[in-house]
Design a protein around this ligand. Structure first.
Ligand SMILES: [Zn+2]
Length: 292
């Protein structure tokens, strides 16, 4: 799966940790960045799970809950496909494919599920921002444009998740059928169930984490757009980059808000980077704070 987790030499890690110390961000964020960087630079642990473990406890639990939901959904999909296969009289390649390819109904279910997740992440992210500026208020929404934006994002993601799933299972079925053209239904069902179980583990967590990061970053941008002075300066933070895109964002140094809109985070799947104000914004109208 595509990740861009850096593997740093001990020397580089030391330098990167020192660099984080120099950032003008709050101590909690610093600790989090350092933990992410240390986890990411451990060559034995290079999966997205490693990054997740460095997130605050409440966030980990949230992602775990979402992950469980998505894994359950994927299990249900394969069970439904098995049921359809059992109903088919002929065990042809075409029959196998018809049984296991996801339909638009299932795509709509995925979109709905992602949207439920997005609403929870939205509230939690906006609440974190409210707490960061030190105002006693509760997060709301998503409303209006934000509701529409997140709804569209989930619909698009569901299309892409379905297409990926269908492509993967089609490959798997073709391979099985080529190798064992005369196998029994039970054999195909067992093989595909095992494949789906294995896949739902890493895919589930990847999808959950991806949605979490995307919604969280979007919520942070919206909060800043509504509440922070336009003169607020930003900096790209997180572990040392390993891709060209993120390297360019780090190199840009201190940027204005428009830059964060032009190059929004996360930059790609499993991108652990985000923008932070270089110092806590002042002159926020706390009595009129936008809270979602
Ligand atoms: Zn990145």
């Amino acid at each position: 799966m595509p990740t861009h987790i850096p593997a740093l030499a001990p020397n580089d890690l030391e330098i990167a940790l020192q660099r984080i110390d120099m950032l003008a961000i709050d101590p909690a964020a610093k600790r989090q960045l350092k933990a992410m960087l240390k986890a990411a630079s451990n060559p034995d642990t290079e999966k997205i799970e490693t990054i997740l473990k460095t997130l605050p406890k409440a966030r980990q639990e949230e992602i775990q809950r979402i992950f469980d939901e998505i894994a359950t959904r994927q299990q249900a999909q394969i069970d439904e496909a098995n049921r359809r296969l059992l109903l088919l009289g002929l065990l042809t390649l075409g029959g196998l494919l018809t049984s296991y390819l996801l339909t638009t109904d299932q795509q709509a279910l995925t979109a709905g599920q992602l949207f439920e997740q997005s609403k929870r992440v939205w509230l939690s992210a906006i609440q974190d921002e409210i707490d960061y500026v030190g105002v006693n208020a509760r997060a709301q929404g998503p409303n209006g444009v934000d509701y529409d934006y997140l709804r569209q994002m989930c619909d698009d993601d569901a299309v892409s998740i379905t297409a990926t799933y269908n492509r993967d299972i089609e490959r798997r079925i073709n391979k099985l059928y080529e190798e064992f053209p005369n196998a029994s239904k039970e054999f195909y069902i067992q093989s595909l169930r095992a494949w789906a179980e294995d896949r739902s583990g890493y895919k589930g967590i990847q999808i959950a984490a991806n949605t979490e990061f995307k919604v969280r970053e979007y919520a942070k941008r919206r909060f800043a757009e509504e509440n922070y002075p336009v003169t607020t300066k930003w900096i790209f933070v997180g572990p040392a980059p390993t891709c060209e895109d993120c390297t360019t964002r780090f190199a840009a140094g201190i940027v204005d808000f428009q830059y964060t809109l032009d190059f929004p985070t996360p930059r790609h799947v499993a991108c652990p980077h985000s923008y932070r104000p270089i110092r806590k914004p002042k002159n926020i109208d706390v009595s009129n704070l936008w809270v979602g």
